[in-house]
Design a protein around this ligand. Structure first.
Ligand code: ADE
Length: 230
């Protein structure tokens, strides 16, 4: 998969060189390019924003540098992702769909967002998704892009090792629906007077699977009743 990220703070994306995503890049499973939006400005101040038409607080990002930056990277099978609190809510099922794509482009806005004509224009050239990572407001789209890229990258075949399957994750689609993961334990079997549930030490795989499913269903019911039936 190829991923392009455009931002006025390209250093914000540096953590993508670490850990799982970093290894996917090193291993050639992911081709990641970070671009500085200001490289697409033509004035000496490298201006990227202006006051909003209609008035109101804050600044809006200019269509012109975004248009120039996106013209360089968007092709017909790209998905342009614009992180914004006013987008559709990102979820594991959206991550699963994005993991099937060949090319993702992230347009990380700041301030009050990007002139809406940018999304309208590129919707005539490629798929455009405005995505929110949750019901809170960040200072810009970079952290949201990090979240979406990490969630998608671990679903690309070969990125997780054999021992780390995405099938058992919280929110993974199962025959029982999307459930939170059951609690997990490792050695020692007793820690500060707290014992690991007996069944996990039994070696009985059918009983362990049954216990995990029951725990997952109970947790989901208690913590995320909204997931039931998904
Ligand atoms: N930019 C600012 N807040 C955001 C959010 N919640 N999700 C995605 N992008 C954002």
């Amino acid at each position: 998969m190829r991923i392009d990220v455009i931002s006025i703070f390209p250093e914000y994306l540096n953590p993508l060189q670490l850990s799982l995503v970093g290894k996917a890049i090193e291993g050639g499973l992911l081709d990641l390019k970070i671009h500085n939006l200001r490289d697409n400005t033509a004035d000496p101040h490298r201006t990227v924003d202006d006051s909003p038409y209609g008035g109101g607080p804050g600044m809006v990002m200019l269509a012109e540098p975004w248009g120039a930056a996106l013209d360089e990277v968007i092709v017909a099978d790209s998905v342009l992702i614009i992180p914004t609190p006013s987008g559709e809510v990102f979820s594991q099922s959206v991550a699963e769909q994005l993991a099937q794509k060949r090319h993702l482009v992230f347009a990380c806005g700041r301030y009050e967002g990007i002139d809406s004509r940018v999304a309208d224009h590129f919707a005539t050239k490629a798929q455009v998704l405005e995505l929110s990572i949750g019901d809170y407001v960040l200072a810009g789209g970079e952290v949201a892009a990090l979240v979406v890229i990490e969630a998608v990258a671990r679903l690309i075949p070969g990125v997780l090792g054999n021992s780390e399957s995405a099938a058992d994750d919280s929110f993974a689609a199962t025959e029982h629906g999307r459930l939170l993961e059951a609690p997990v334990y490792t050695k020692p079997a007793s820690w500060r007077d707290l014992a690991v549930p007996e069944v996990l030490l039994s070696g009985n795989h059918a009983e362990i699977a049954k216990w995990r499913l029951q725990q997952a269903q109970q947790r989901t019911q208690q913590r995320r009743p909204d997931l039931t039936g998904d």
